[in-house]
Design a protein around this ligand. Structure first.
Ligand code: GLN
Length: 283
């Protein structure tokens, strides 16, 4: 792509990437916004800028997700830092977060909320940002993910209590004289892709952490654990909200019923597919 006298216009035409992606890479390398690019599209690019652009273009052409190359992704109107240790926040997950925010606003602005498997912190940090009176905690098994999530909480200015644990395990270990923590709302978007699913070796998913995507089994392992244990950590009339795969709605409904949840409702994602299930635990 590169020749000695290239300018932005030529770079956009020659990069081999969709125009929008080429512009986003140029914004990152030059540290400028879209308006600047338009005003300077015939300026000659220095050799070091051309080299920096070229290396990002090569990563993108090799299939690396834009979010990892840029190091960030917008979610719920907030900018989250991401790296390959965390899943890239998906627009579909906004369905879960919007439902959680609405529940907190309508039922209990000071709710104690727990996010299980927080990853980049997208869910927990968004809830804490939009529901500033809520007391939000977030668990992840991965210290690397928690580091990203903590950075996001700081940069977005949200207060979240981060805990390293495999689901509820850390609470089970708590010494007897400390009372077990309980929550009004528990949310989770756990790894739910089946081990056999060919999507794991396609597109963006190839670059994302396996442990955030799959349970290495039938896709339901995490729900069995989370849904069975959640009642112990929910306050009376507490609510559980989980995101799940496109073909898991019936299984999730059954698991919620089997474990004593009632008033079960499902929400559809942006493509009209059942994607989130909500259940109330009436003690
Ligand atoms: N929604 C992701 C996908 O299908 C999967 C995330 C998850 O397993 N929780 O790409």
């Amino acid at each position: 792509m590169i020749n000695p006298c290239i300018n932005l216009k030529q770079f956009f035409a020659l990069s081999g990437l969709p125009l929008l992606e080429a512009k986003m890479l140029a914004e990152k390398v030059l540290g400028v916004n879209r308006a600047w690019l338009i005003a300077h599209d015939t300026d000659q690019l220095s050799e070091s800028v051309q080299q920096a652009l070229q290396s990002l273009v090569e990563r993108r052409l090799a299939g690396e997700p834009m979010a990892y190359i840029l190091g960030e992704r917008e979610f719920m109107g907030l900018l989250f830092q991401v790296n390959p240790k965390v899943l890239i926040p998906r627009p579909d997950t906004e369905t879960l977060v919007e439902a959680a925010i609405q529940w907190v606003e309508q039922h209990q602005p000071q709710a104690r909320v727990l996010d299980l498997g927080t990853g980049s912190g997208a869910i927990a940090v968004s809830i804490a940002h939009y529901c500033p009176k809520a007391q939000v905690s977030a668990i992840d098994i991965s210290p690397d993910a928690l580091e990203v999530a903590e950075r996001n909480a700081i940069s977005i200015g949200a207060k979240v209590n981060f805990i390293q644990s495999h689901w509820f395990e850390v609470f089970h270990q708590q010494v007897e004289y400390l009372s077990k923590p309980t929550f009004d709302l528990i949310v989770s978007n756990p790894p739910y892709i089946e081990k056999q699913d060919q999507h794991l070796s396609q597109g963006d998913l190839r670059f994302e952490p396996d442990i955030a995507l799959t349970d290495f089994a039938d896709g339901l392992t995490c729900y069995r654990e989370i849904i069975a244990q959640a009642p112990e950590f929910l306050n009376p009339n507490g609510v559980l909200m989980v995101e799940h795969g496109w073909n898991q709605a019936d299984s999730i409904r059954h698991l919620l019923e089997e474990n004593g949840f009632s008033e079960i409702v499902s929400l559809k994602d942006l493509s009209g597919v059942e994607r989130v299930h909500i259940g109330v635990y009436r003690k």
